[in-house]
Design a protein around this ligand. Structure first.
Ligand SMILES: [Zn+2]
Length: 383
C-alpha cells in the first residue's frame, strides 16, 4: 500500500497536541496503522494517550518509539504561518509545531513500513503523548506494562531529531542520566548585630555547595563526556542589610555518564548535606528526583545495520554520539538495545519549527533501508 509521508505529517501537525492534550493526534496514527494491518492497543494512563501497535507475532520485533505531544508554540504571532496550519512554504518546507520533534519522523517511519510491505518478523510502534511533559504517564508506564506481560521487543529506534547539520550525520547511542536536588537549610531569623540569638542558614548552604562542587565525578566514560554538576539556583531573598535570614535554598542538577547510578549520587548529596549541617541549630533538607539513568547501546550489529542504511541512502557517515539531554530511550533501555535516529534538530522547540519536504522523504527512504537491512540481518535469529 502507499501512504504519503507529507499527508500524514500534516495531518498530525494539525492536531494541537501540546502536552498533556492529545487533540486527536493518536487517532490519526491509530487509523493509519490499523489500515496497514497493525493491532493497535491504546494504553491510557492518567489523562495521557499512549499507543502500542504491532504487526506480526514472530521475532525479531523491531520497534519504533516516539511521541505525538509537542511543546507550546511560544509567541504565536512570531510564526510566519499558524503553528498548527502545517503550511508548506514557497521553498517546499513544511512549517509547524512538531514538524521536527517529532511528528515528521513518526510519519516517515509509518510511510517506510507501508513502502517495505511484509517483513519476516514483527514491527511495532510505541507512541506516547507524554514525552515533552513530566513523562510520568507515558513511555515509563507503557514499558512497565509491556514488561509485566512479557512482551518482547528485540531492538528499538527512537525517532528523536538526532541529526545535527545534515540528515544522517548523527545517531545517538546513549544518553547521560540526570538528577535534580533541592536543598533547603532552615535556621533562625535575627538581627545581624546579635548573631548568637539567630542561626544563619547561609554558611551551611555555602558549605554544602562547595563540598558538592569540589568533587570531580569522573574523567569521562567510553564515548561520554565527564559527568557534571551545576548549581542552578541559590535563593535567600533577603532584602534587608540588618537581618540574618531564616532560610536559604539551592538547587543542583547532575548530568552523569554510566560510571554512576542516580541512587549513588543521591546518597552522596544527602551525606554531604548531613555532614555540613552537623552541629547546626537548624534543619537541612534534601529532596532528590532521579529523572533518568544513563545508558549506552554498544557498537555492534544493530548500530551497524542503522549506520549502513544511513550511508547507503544519505551518503553520510553517522557519528555515534551520546550528547544532548534525556529522551524516552532512558525507559526503553530496560527492554532492549535502543538508539535514536531522526531529522535535523535545529528548529525543534523554536518558533517556525520546520523541515524541508525533501528531508522528510529522505528520512522515509532511510527508515525503509533500515527495516530492510534489519530483517536481513536478524530475520533468522528468531528464538
Ligand atoms: Zn522529542
Amino acid at each position: 500500500m502507499t501512504l504519503d509521508v507529507l499527508d500524514l505529517a500534516r495531518d498530525l501537525i494539525r492536531r494541537p497536541s501540546v502536552t498533556p492534550a492529545d487533540a486527536g493526534a493518536m487517532d490519526v496514527l491509530h487509523r493509519a496503522l490499523e489500515g496497514m494491518g497493525f493491532t493497535c492497543r491504546r494504553m491510557k494512563f492518567g489523562e495521557i494517550e499512549n499507543l502500542y501497535a504491532r504487526r506480526g507475532t514472530a521475532r525479531p520485533n523491531l520497534c519504533f518509539a516516539g511521541h505525538t505531544d509537542v511543546v507550546p508554540v511560544g509567541d504565536a504571532a512570531a510564526w510566519t504561518s499558524g503553528p498548527f496550519a502545517a503550511d508548506i512554504n514557497s521553498d517546499d518546507v513544511l512549517v509547524g509545531r512538531g514538524a521536527v520533534d517529532m511528528k515528521g519522523s513518526i510519519a516517515a517511519f509509518v510511510a517506510a513500513v507501508a513502502q517495505v510491505g511484509e517483513t519476516s518478523g514483527s514491527l511495532s510502534f510505541l507512541i506516547t503523548g507524554d514525552e515533552e511533559g513530566v513523562a510520568l504517564d507515558g513511555t515509563r508506564k507503557v514499558v512497565e506494562a509491556l514488561q509485566a506481560e512479557g512482551e518482547i521487543i528485540d531492538h528499538c529506534i527512537v525517532g528523536e531529531p538526532s541529526s545535527a547539520e545534515r540528515l544522517g550525520d548523527m545517531i545517538k547511542i546513549g544518553r547521560r542520566g540526570s538528577v535534580n536536588s533541592w536543598i533547603t537549610v532552615s535556621g533562625k531569623q535575627g538581627h545581624v548585630a546579635y548573631p548568637h540569638r539567630a542561626a544563619n542558614p547561609i554558611p551551611v548552604l555555602v558549605d554544602i555547595l562547595s563540598r558538592l562542587q569540589a568533587r570531580v565525578l569522573d574523567d569521562g566514560y567510553e564515548g561520554f563526556q565527564p559527568s557534571n554538576l551545576e548549581v542552578t539556583t541559590v535563593d535567600v531573598g533577603n532584602t534587608a542589610t540588618n537581618i540574618i535570614p531564616a532560610e536559604a535554598k539551592a538547587r543542583i542538577n547532575i548530568r552523569f555518564n554510566p560510571a554512576h547510578r542516580g541512587a549513588e549520587l543521591q546518597a552522596w548529596i544527602e551525606g554531604q548535606a548531613a555532614e555540613a549541617g552537623a552541629g547546626f541549630a537548624g534543619r537541612v533538607e534534601v529532596t532528590t528526583l532521579i529523572s533518568g539513568e544513563a545508558f549506552l547501546t554498544r557498537r555492534g550489529e544493530f548500530t551497524d545495520v542503522v549506520a549502513e542504511a544511513i550511508r547507503e541512502t544519505t551518503g553520510e557517515e553517522p557519528d555515534l554520539s551520546t550528547t544532548g539531554g534525556t529522551s524516552d530511550a532512558r525507559f526503553i533501555r530496560d527492554l532492549c538495545p535502543v538508539l535514536e535516529f531522526g531529522l535535523v534538530g535545529q528548529t525543534m522547540h523554536a518558533v517556525d519549527e520546520q523541515v524541508p519536504v525533501s528531508q522528510l522523504r529522505a528520512l522515509q527512504a532511510t527508515y525503509a533501508a533500515i527495516i530492510g537491512r534489519y530483517f536481513e540481518r536478524f530475520g533468522d535469529a528468531s528464538a
